[in-house]
Write a protein that binds this ligand. Structure first.
Ligand SMILES: [Zn+2]
Length: 267
């Protein structure tokens, strides 16, 4: 029983064949897929998929790179979408200083707004972070110090930061999600293997972030949720555990981080 905690089957890349992509995922043992919105249209599309398919859940968010181009009333509209019963998380939100389509200050404002929405709706957050370790940690730790909610605060998705960033975030209660990047053999990603090896067991999640970042041996192709098995296999290899063990572990962790998955299961 695998769960892909971060997929964009709601993206235009899957417009033609989303249903067969989800069937292939189920055939590969991927019984749950969280479709993550990155703007208003893709959040709507994620909810639509989740309404049609009981294996699919949605997350409602505006990617930091998309803040500048979003319509002026995006906050009101996103909050309405986030209240849908098939939504299990707020996001993706966060900070991305690699691209400068949205000024950093506007990204931080939007990020903090998403966290306030988490508090209002009692939902966890899905955090995107690129070249912004210190500011992401700063915003998240400030939030945690004033956060009224109980339960897991959320996840740093497609994690590729250093060990120290993992430790800071795990200490604050966040989960760490590994994507296909973990299967790449680039030298620059060697430290990521060490992070996946030493991250506390209860903090680990897996994802594809499809259609991007297809894991080995699918690298270079369009990624899809069925390939999340390759990420589980790599973690099992790094940690000296069986694949079944990692599947069960990440399944259980996902249900703790995203409690609404369990409510839907009747668990
Ligand atoms: Zn994503």
């Amino acid at each position: 029983m695998l769960i892909d905690t971060h997929a964009h089957v709601n993206a235009p890349e899957f417009r033609e064949d989303a249903a067969s992509v989800l069937d292939r995922a189920a055939a590969a043992g991927v019984k749950r897929v969280i479709c993550v919105g990155y703007d208003l249209p893709t959040t709507e599309a994620a909810i639509e998929l989740a309404e049609q398919d009981s294996r699919v859940f949605a997350a409602a968010g505006l990617h930091p790179n998309s803040v500048a181009e979003a319509p002026g009333d995006w906050r009101t509209r996103l909050e309405v979408l986030a209240r849908h019963p098939r939504v299990v998380a707020v996001g993706e939100t966060g900070l991305d200083y690699y691209r400068d389509w949205t000024p950093p200050e506007a990204q931080r404002d939007a990020f903090r707004w998403h966290l306030e929405l988490c508090d209002r709706l009692e939902l966890p957050v899905i955090v995107h972070n690129r070249y912004a370790d210190d500011d992401v940690a700063d915003v998240l730790l400030r939030w945690m110090s004033s956060r009224p909610g109980v339960g897991a605060p959320g996840v740093l998705h497609s994690f590729c930061g250093p060990m120290e960033m993992m430790e800071r975030c795990v200490a604050a209660g966040f989960a760490i999600s590994f994507s296909g990047m973990l299967t790449f053999r680039n030298k620059s990603l060697q430290s990521l293997a060490a992070v996946a090896q030493y991250a506390p067991e209860t903090s680990i999640l897996i994802e594809t972030d499809c259609p991007y970042l297809a894991p080995e041996p699918h690298r270079g192709r369009r990624n899809e949720p069925a390939f999340v098995a390759a990420v589980a296999a790599r973690i099992a290899d790094l940690r000296g555990k069986s694949v079944e063990y990692v599947e069960q572990l990440t399944w259980k962790n996902a249900h703790r981080v995203f409690p609404r998955l369990g409510e839907a299961d009747g668990a």
